[in-house]
Write a protein that binds this ligand. Structure first.
Ligand SMILES: Cc1cc2nc3c(=O)[nH]c(=O)nc-3n(C[C@H](O)[C@H](O)[C@H](O)COP(=O)(O)OP(=O)(O)OC[C@H]3O[C@@H](n4cnc5c(N)ncnc54)[C@H](O)[C@@H]3O)c2cc1C
Length: 456
């Protein structure tokens, strides 16, 4: 692990103040990690990786001064928001400086149409500020309470609300991003065009440093939360489809979960939301119970839980706490042998695909389907819960999925370009342009590591 010269530490202290520079070993270890431990494949690879120093700039000027120092001294630099990323992309593989953005958390400008915020702003704070002026985030990850705006843009994809508004890649959702280049004299650039945006969205801190960004907002809705239970997963999924594909239904979340996944949600079980042996659907809708109940009954189900609008992100459990990648968290708590996959199902063949997967893998794969819009089309995305036996078994399962038309985005690699579908070439091009010395978050691109002769 490279140690930083004292002169660099002294300069960092001078830039942000000694209170905002961390070199204490336990803090370094703890705060260098993200949520890579979701993957039993990544865990042993990343457990011992940590930064040499963590700095907490409070302003853009401080941030730029740290970047300039790192570029001059050719020290690796890794950006971090809340560290909830799941593939280890926030883990500094080669030590160096880790910048935590949490002190850069100002909402710079907010109107009912858009919010311009500093990178470290918590998503929940944007949602609350938007609510005060009759607006809301178009979509957010289930980590809304802890995740930062910059971390979501650089490390996430979509979440609650994506069923209506799509993902970070879809045009019109992210209006502008201010980035700094990783150079001796950092340049500030404003990115707005779809082409340039592809080098910023989900770049995992590899291409640039995001200083502030503008999210488009949506008009606020009177959301209510419901759980519906069904005797079979197929019935739950068909009910989910009936809402997802109905343009007349105003919706933010439609999540279908196979039994025994609901049994992992202890609090919801205690509330009677998860009857034994039944699949459930988690919903954020504007529809009330009376209107929803006959639609649920039509598919042989029953409503089992409800939370009124007054409680929405204010009081009690929120169903997003059990959806998206929170589902996997509860599963792993219940049984440490469980992990997950991220796969896109074919809307035309989803029932057949899931039937074949069940026949082939039985309960080694438990189904978790989120409906979301991508490139203008709503479809079923799976965050299946998977029983881990070995890396070989996991790779064989992914190969089987691909053979059956289920497209997998592998969450068990920290090397972003191992699956070029994640937008690889635009990221590589942007990196060459904005990080000419290859100092940003090194170790997470197979193409660069291979050219340096590094093997894993
Ligand atoms: C329980 C759980 C549920 C989740 N649910 C979802 C979900 O619903 N949808 C979803 O998309 N994701 C989800 N995730 C993944 C993750 O929480 C989100 O992507 C989140 O938005 C990341 O924000 P963060 O502040 O924690 O970013 P971090 O983890 O700190 O960073 C993520 C990546 O962005 C880079 N980065 C951070 N800040 C900057 C910056 N200013 N400039 C450049 N690069 C930067 C980091 O280097 C890292 O590579 C989930 C994760 C967990 C653990």
């Amino acid at each position: 692990m490279p140690q930083l010269p004292n002169a660099i530490l002294a300069e960092l202290n001078a830039i942000v103040g000694a209170d905002n520079v961390t070199t204490e070993p336990n803090l370094l270890r703890h705060n260098s990690r993200d949520s890579y431990w979701y993957s039993p494949v990544l865990k042993p690879l990343l457990d011992d990786k940590e930064a040499d120093v963590i700095v907490h700039p409070a302003t853009r000027q401080e941030l730029l001064a740290v970047i300039a120092l790192a570029a001059r001294a050719r020290v690796p630099l890794t950006m971090r928001g809340a560290g909830t990323g799941n593939y280890g992309q926030g883990v500094p593989m080669q030590g160096g400086i880790l910048i935590n953005t949490k002190r850069m958390d100002r909402i710079l400008e907010i109107t009912p149409e858009s919010a311009r915020v500093e990178a470290g702003t918590l998503l929940i704070n944007i949602e609350r500020a938007a609510n005060e002026i009759g607006a809301e985030l178009r979509f957010f990850p289930s980590t809304i309470m802890t995740a930062t705006a910059g971390g979501f843009l650089a490390g996430g994809s979509g979440g609650v609300g994506s069923i209506t508004w799509g993902t970070l890649w879809d045009e019109g959702n992210v209006l502008a991003v201010t980035i700094a280049t990783m150079t001796e004299e950092p340049q500030l650039l404003t990115v707005t065009t779809p082409e340039e945006m592809r080098g910023v969205v989900h770049n995992c801190g590899l291409t640039c440093i995001i200083t502030d960004l503008t999210f488009a907002l949506a008009p606020a809705q009177p959301w209510q939360q419901h759980v519906a239970a069904f005797p079979t997963f197929d019935a739950a999924l068909r009910f989910g489809e009936s809402l997802a594909y109905d343009a007349g239904v105003t919706k933010r979340l439609v999540t279908a979960l196979e039994w025994p996944i609901p049994s992992f949600f202890r609090q919801l079980v205690r509330d009677g939301a998860c009857p034994n042996d039944q699949a459930i659907v988690l919903l954020h809708l504007t529809m009330d119970r009376a209107e929803l109940a006959p639609r649920v009954a039509h598919f042989g189900g029953a409503l089992t839980w409800h939370s009124p609008h007054e409680n929405y992100y204010r009081k009690g459990w929120q169903l997003s706490d059990f959806s998206w990648n929170h589902t996997t968290l509860w599963a792993m708590k219940a049984d440490p042998q469980l992990t997950y996959l991220q796969d896109a199902l074919d809307p035309q063949r989803v029932h057949e695909q899931l039937r074949l997967r069940k026949e082939r893998f039985d309960d080694d794969v438990l189904e978790h389907v989120e409906f979301m819009k991508a490139r203008g089309r709503i479809g079923p995305q799976a965050l299946s819960v998977v029983r881990f036996h070995s890396k070989e078994q996991l790779w064989a399962l992914m190969a089987w999925c691909e053979e059956h038309g289920i497209r997998v985005a592998n969450p068990h690699t920290h090397r972003l370009d191992e699956d070029m579908r994640w937008n690889g070439q635009p990221i590589l091009d942007a990196k060459a342009r904005w990080d000419p010395h290859s100092l940003l978050n090194p170790g997470h691109l197979a193409a660069l590591e291979e050219s340096r002769g590094v093997e894993e």
